[in-house]
Design a protein around this ligand. Sequence first.
Ligand SMILES: C[S@@+](CC[C@H](N)C(=O)[O-])C[C@H]1O[C@@H](n2cnc3c(N)ncnc32)[C@H](O)[C@@H]1O
Length: 255
Amino acid sequence: MDPTDVYYDLCRRLMGPLRTTTLTAAQLCEVGRIVHGRPEGFSLYGVQAPAMTAAGIQVLGRTSVECCVDMLSHAVAQAVAELLREGEGDGPLVAELFCGSGNLGAHLGRTLGVPVYASEIDPLVHDATSHNLRVTGASTRLRLIDYRALLPLLPVHGPLDFYVIEPPWGPAVTPDGLDLLGTSPPVPEILADILRARDHRPCLVGIKAIDRILHDSLNVAFTGARHLRTVATQPPFPDGVRMQFHIFRLGPPGT
Ligand SMILES: C[S@@+](CC[C@H](N)C(=O)[O-])C[C@H]1O[C@@H](n2cnc3c(N)ncnc32)[C@H](O)[C@@H]1O
């Protein structure tokens, strides 16, 4: 089979029949080999796939596809740290609204030295991630809750507060690209929820995407926001698509 077909076939199994299955050591290495080029290329919480099971890490099929791996999470945390150095004041609020593996939040917490607040709505993902955060010593405060219920509970600190939004892509991603207006929920709705929860005070927002964006949906979703950084460290997937992470400043014009 063509490597792209092997990759698509594996993703279909991980998001389908294996969606809520804790992957075995062999399956974790298969994800590494097929999706990331080598078993060690799949790494979360600083633990590479061949060592995950022995370290007690539990990864569900869906999370192995949806997650932000170490290479990207590390680079994003460094980029955010750099942005924060330009600002003033106490540590910002950091929130990972669609927690999944919680790997990005764990990197942010460690790099920035601040607590990370996180919400996850799928009880199976929540349980696996809570376990993983505990065994890897991450200090994330993860709740089994809809992000819309978490938002009003979060203490607003200032303009450097950082919200990570990575809603499930579902049918919004196809081999043609990703439509950020079709995620669930759509990205503009999430941004409106964030601003409403903080009385429209400015903040930073980070979002994971790919380099094939449909309908100009990244720019449309972030209309009026200021683009600050794009981080792209991961090698391309077998179909040539690259993962990217964008950071924007959200808020009234001129902020
Ligand atoms: C794309 S994944 C997040 C990936 C994550 N950044 C990682 O590194 O694993 C989306 C996650 O958000 C969760 N989710 C979906 N809708 C949600 C909601 N309304 N509130 C909180 N979590 C939600 C899903 O269950 C899924 O685990």
